[in-house]
Design a protein around this ligand. Structure first.
Ligand code: CA
Length: 236
């Protein structure tokens, strides 16, 4: 289960956010000041921090800066007052991954959380076969089949599909896919992700059916695990 730490000194808001995230199936915990948040994030294994900028003692930017200095790469969604939005470069430089201006709507928060909750997929063990709908990926044999039919993929296409299939339905941002598939290679462009998604779709998808690799506008890509819900319409 995804562990999320919500850091917000307005305790009522912190608890409300925790409750909303809890209902979505996240394990959400709260901290009400920067020092506590930093101390916990340094030693505990969170998948995401929802971090308010304005906090007593250490502010949000200082917390992120210290986490990054300590090589803690947990994704950070920074909450800012609208008046601070123009300062967001400072927060990005400090290592925040995304921003959300307060006051925010919960669906917006949840969309950002889904995009960022990006615990790197666990290493695929040899022999752990991934299956979603009629697509089966066998890392041991380096083999992908759709409805029993073998599909030949290049190494990068295979790695991309394996990443997406480890968490069907989860949205992966381009930068996460870059990190996972290309290992954060400098020089590689994030549009390489789009290009390889294009290759993958050409090999994996069937004409006239929606792609199994779905584009989530403004967020990234997700593997659609429920093709059986596809309604072919009256002509079928
Ligand atoms: Ca605050």
């Amino acid at each position: 289960m995804m562990r999320i730490l919500i850091v917000e000194d307005e305790e009522h808001l912190a608890r409300l956010v925790a409750e909303v995230l809890g209902r979505e199936g996240y394990a959400a915990e709260t901290a009400f000041d920067g020092r506590t948040a930093l101390a916990r994030a340094l030693v505990e294994d969170f998948d995401l921090l929802v971090l308010d900028w304005m906090l007593p003692d250490l502010d949000g930017v200082q917390v992120v800066r210290r986490l990054r200095a300590a090589d803690v790469g947990v994704p950070v969604l920074m909450l800012t007052a609208r008046s601070q939005l123009e300062d967001r470069v400072e927060g990005l430089d400090a290592g925040a991954d995304d921003y959300l201006a307060k006051p925010f709507a919960f669906p917006e928060l949840l969309a950002r959380v889904r995009a960022l909750a990006r615990r790197p997929p666990e290493r695929i063990e040899r022999g752990t076969v991934l299956a979603a709908g009629d697509v089966v990926l066998d890392p041991g044999r380096h083999e992908v089949r759709r409805a029993g039919e073998r599909i030949d993929l290049t190494a990068k296409e295979f790695a991309l599909l394996a990443t997406l299939m480890q968490r069907p339905g989860q949205v992966f941002t381009r930068s996460v896919l870059m990190d996972t598939v290309w290992g954060g290679t400098t020089g590689a462009q994030t549009n390489a992700v789009d290009l390889y998604v294009h290759y993958l779709r050409k090999k994996l998808d069937r004409e006239g059916e929606p792609s199994r690799v779905r584009t989530v506008h403004g967020a990234g890509y997700t593997f659609d695990s429920r093709p059986e819900t596809f309604d072919p319409g009256p002509e079928a």
